[in-house]
Design a protein around this ligand. Sequence first.
Ligand code: DGL
Length: 272
Amino acid sequence: MTDRQRPVGVFDSGVGGLTVFRAVRRRLPAENLLYLGDNARVPYGSKSRETIVRYTEECVSTLVERGVKCLVVACNTVSAVALPTLQSRFPGIPVLGVVEPGALAACRASVSGRIAVIATRSTVNGGAYVAAIHRYRPDAQVVSLPCPLFVPLAEEGWFDGPLVEGIAARYLGSLFAADPAPDCLVLGCTHYPLLSGVIRKVIGPEPVMVDSAETTADALAAMLVERGLDNTSGQCGSNAFLTTDDAACFAQIGARFLGGDVCRDNVSHISL
Ligand code: DGL
């Protein structure tokens, strides 16, 4: 197998990163993709930096042993907290996170420079989104807000209804009722795009919502070409999924995030 044919590794704490996997699959149909979800230990978003780094290193070592040519960190929490550690621990493979592409997309989309970021608690506390947005746009006024209940809601498939609307209103209502309100909202967590309908109801029609999945897929495409690692075989790439927990459960819940069937035969359980 040539370097170009080696798989792209996509890592997430669980199934949420399948929103990024889906964007990568659409953008790069010829790439072989190998996804790893650490479902046994999800959520990462409420854990300490040390724990997140340790879990991540274990998972990424597994992907590296399986020969990935590069790594996409689909998890916002890991991207926000552990990216520099990963880049120095695995110098042999390029590592791409979702924070930088998301921040860039927000800076391009916002006219007023007032940008809100919603994410897990660890992502917010790590401050990586605020720092990345300020790198592209030093004058931006950034508010970041944890919305931890959105993760279990998305996994349950509760995307709408009065209960979910009430939770979204409690998190976001006053911020977007303020004058002036942010004109851009970054969905800084893999799960939040699934709740975009209810979030839109609360924030109103004006603010632009940024989801980093598409911009990350674009950044990956550019990086592969730049490094001569793009798969030029002309054939359709393969999809393979690894999970640290139950494979059938991964396939079932994963379908919600992938927006289509996760073929159970393509999912394998691994122990770390
Ligand atoms: N994947 C995580 C993120 O994007 C959400 C789930 C978790 O807390 O592990 O931040």
